[in-house]
Design a protein around this ligand. Structure first.
Ligand code: NAI
Ligand code: MG
Length: 353
């Protein structure tokens, strides 16, 4: 298969982990006889430094022309510590999602058995957890009107959803539930928010089209609690942008670490595959970031954008073997990890390949 893949490492540990993800793609292409070509582009803080724009037109043009995008993360403490900064790395991220129509963010939360001990949650509660989140990605409070008023003394962010937006992410989730345990949980705050009442109305209206799927509605606050109390009760979960952002970071503890979770953002055109973590400036440059989220993002890319299931499974099996062999990066290591099995970003890539 001939494909071109755009590599957008972004900022901080994005640079470090995406290199490992790319190397895995190169290796898989060799092994399975595919011809993948690669290009790269700037985004985030590095793009602001180079061009003044967090998502330069050149990057967007390359994104549109590619068959899939492997992305790292954006962000820099410079902006986090300066709430008045007008140009920010995250603006690039939001604009990319909007411009590419990436309305569905898929976040599989799968616990590798070997990592049962890495989580702060009890193994007997975790064992067998396997959740697929569908987070809506181009609407909600992130994209509504925002601003200041009353002489800068009041701030506002407006949350908006259209029927159409809820319906298209809802359908994706119902369809995914069909291929799994046929259970769908829709998370909202319909007791308080009007956007959530529309959300629930639309999901309820879709349900008769999927009679084989058992639908449940949960409020986000209780869903947040149930997620760590009894993660196995969830299978496919569909929710709005803000709720999904928070719940999936919480759910990363089910998988042991932020460094283990991959995501796929799909929609109208080229898909974007990225770890759920950010640029992690607390560990940037130390070479200790766990690259497995980027590696697992590469696996999602092969499966979803190229339909290469066998190749994708080969990557997941390699990660599984690495963990079975006792290798750990610091974020997933514990007191039983042997000193010679402790990996940094680079050696994790080498062991894996
Ligand atoms: P973060 O996800 O970057 O880090 C949270 C914690 O998890 C940190 O202690 C970090 O060291 C650890 N961590 C994250 N990924 C790891 C990995 N691969 N291996 C080992 N440990 C890992 O979130 P934080 O600290 O809230 O934000 C840092 C910057 O990233 C901010 O500028 C933020 O805006 C940005 N950000 C960007 C995202 C994106 O580009 N998609 C998503 C989330 C945050
Ligand atoms: Mg987040």
């Amino acid at each position: 298969m001939k494909k071109n893949i755009l590599i957008v490492p972004g900022d901080g540990i994005g640079q470090e982990v995406t290199e490992v993800g790319k190397n895995v793609l190169i290796k898989i292409a060799e092994k399975f006889g595919h011809e993948f070509s690669y290009d790269d582009a700037l985004m985030g803080h590095v793009a602001i430094e180079a061009t003044g724009n967090p998502l330069p037109d050149e990057t967007l043009t390359k994104m549109r022309a590619s068959d899939a995008i492997l992305f790292g993360a954006v962000g820099h403490p410079k902006y986090d510590n300066d709430p008045t900064a007008k140009v920010r790395p995250e603006q690039g991220l939001l604009r990319m999602r909007k411009e590419l129509g990436l309305y569905a963010n898929l976040r599989p939360i799968k616990l590798f058995d070997e990592l049962l001990g890495a989580s702060s949650i009890k193994p007997e509660i975790l064992k067998g957890s396997d959740i697929l989140f569908f987070r809506e990605l181009t609407g909600d409070i992130y994209f509504g009107e925002k601003g200041r008023k009353n002489d800068n003394n009041t701030a506002y962010d407006i949350a908006e959803y259209s029927r159409y937006e809820v319906e298209r992410i809802g359908r994706k989730a119902f369809e995914a539930a069909r291929t799994r345990s046929k259970k769908l949980c829709s998370v909202d705050k319909a007791n308080v928010l009007e956007t959530s009442r529309l959300w629930r109305e639309v999901i309820q209206a879709l349900a008769p089209e999927y009679p084989d799927i058992q639908v449940e509605h949960q409020f986000v606050d209780s869903a947040a609690m149930m997620l760590i109390k009894d993660p196995r009760r969830f299978d496919v979960v569909v929710t709005a942008n803000l709720f999904g952002d928070i719940l999936t970071d919480e759910a990363s503890q089910i998988a042991g670490s932020m460094g283990m979770l991959a995501s796929a953002s799909i929609g109208d055109s080229t898909g974007v595959y990225e770890p759920i973590h950010g640029s992690a400036h607390d560990i940037t440059g130390k070479g200790i970031a766990n690259p497995l989220a980027s590696v697992l993002s590469a696996a999602l890319l092969l499966d979803i954008s190229f339909g290469l299931k066998e190749e994708s499974d080969a990557i997941i099996a390699a990660v599984d073997k690495l963990l079975k062999d006792g290798f750990r990066t610091r974020d997933i290591a514990d007191s039983t990890t042997a000193a010679d099995k402790l990996l940094n970003t680079e050696t994790a890539g080498i062991e894996l390949l």
